[in-house]
Write a protein that binds this ligand. Structure first.
Ligand code: NAP
Length: 260
């Protein structure tokens, strides 16, 4: 059976990278993206290729019959830009055919008072965290509908449900991601396409590296699990959601150590 293909946006580091590596361990063709960090993306690609080659070698040893390893494609582009997303999707079709799983992970935060935020900063948050979902779903869904299968997993945040002081734009964008997820799930359920979101709490990535030691301790003290989550824990949940369970759709699943 040909390998399935997954696209993970924002996979140069953090949660996106962990998700991409998780799928590579299971024989998927893995397409990775980021907007600026070309060197980091190349490193992710090299790690994926090493995992895929090792798996292929091991399978050849036991005579599985699969004659080529799953593939990897990396593509640098702003997922908030529809024209760039069209080029990305054209490359995916040329290389692997249709996309089976779309993981909308790319996202940015902005810390500060709303009154101090510029219109340009507002637009950048909304384009990156929300318009990217419109762009990639619009381009991906027709093939999924034609094939009567597919999974879309959006990476959201607990702030999308609760709202955070000094993160109004970020909270608004993630609240919209949640509504987008529920609405699209209803639209696509008749076509056997499941749409879910993972609402992360505090996950240990660069996004939280602005916190000093005292702030990090205060944050950890608020989390019943007593620690931040790991990117690998988020990746395991995303991978689970990508497996066969056609009745699980339209859900915003919290991953926050009991925090919210
Ligand atoms: P991260 O370490 O800062 O990584 C963000 C990734 O998104 C990078 O690969 C970055 O690429 C990419 N990206 C940013 N803007 C992009 C654009 N316009 N087009 C394409 N890629 C873009 O963040 P993270 O913590 O892994 O976060 C991943 C997702 O989880 C985000 O949606 C975030 O909101 C969500 N989340 C994170 C936490 C947390 O505590 N970490 C909590 C809740 C939700 P470059 O390297 O090129 O900039």
């Amino acid at each position: 059976m040909p390998a399935k293909t997954v696209l993970v946006t924002g996979a140069s580091r953090g949660i996106g990278k962990a998700i991409a590596l998780r799928f590579a361990k299971e024989d998927y063709n893995v397409v990775i993206n980021c907007v600026r960090s070309q060197t980091l993306l190349a490193e992710t690609e090299a790690e994926i290729r090493a995992i895929q080659s090792a798996r292929h070698g091991a399978k050849q040893g036991v005579g599985s019959g699969q004659d080529s390893p799953a593939g990897c494609l990396s593509f640098l582009c702003d997922v908030g830009d529809m024209a760039a997303c069209e080029k990305l999707m054209a490359q995916i079709r040329e290389r692997f055919g249709r996309l089976d799983i779309l993981v909308n992970n790319a996202g940015i935060s902005h810390i500060g008072l709303l009154q101090d935020m510029s219109p340009g900063e507002w637009d950048r948050i909304i384009r990156t965290n929300l318009t990217s979902l419109f762009n990639l779903c619009r381009l991906t869904v027709p093939d999924m509908v034609a094939g009567k299968s597919g999974k879309i997993i959006n990476i959201s945040s607990v702030w999308g449900q609760r709202g955070a002081s000094c993160e109004v734009a970020y909270s608004a964008s993630k609240g919209a991601v949640n509504a987008f997820t529920k609405a699209l799930a209803k639209e696509l359920a008749p076509s056997n396409i499941q749409v879910n979101a993972v609402a992360c709490g505090a996950i240990d990535t660069e996004m939280n590296h602005f916190l000093d030691a005292g702030e990090l301790q205060s944050l950890t003290d608020e989390i019943p699990a007593g620690r931040l989550g790991t990117p690998e824990e988020a990746a395991d949940l995303v991978f689970y959601l990508a497996q066969e369970n056609a009745y699980l759709t339209g859900q915003i699943i919290g991953l926050d150590g009991g925090w919210i």
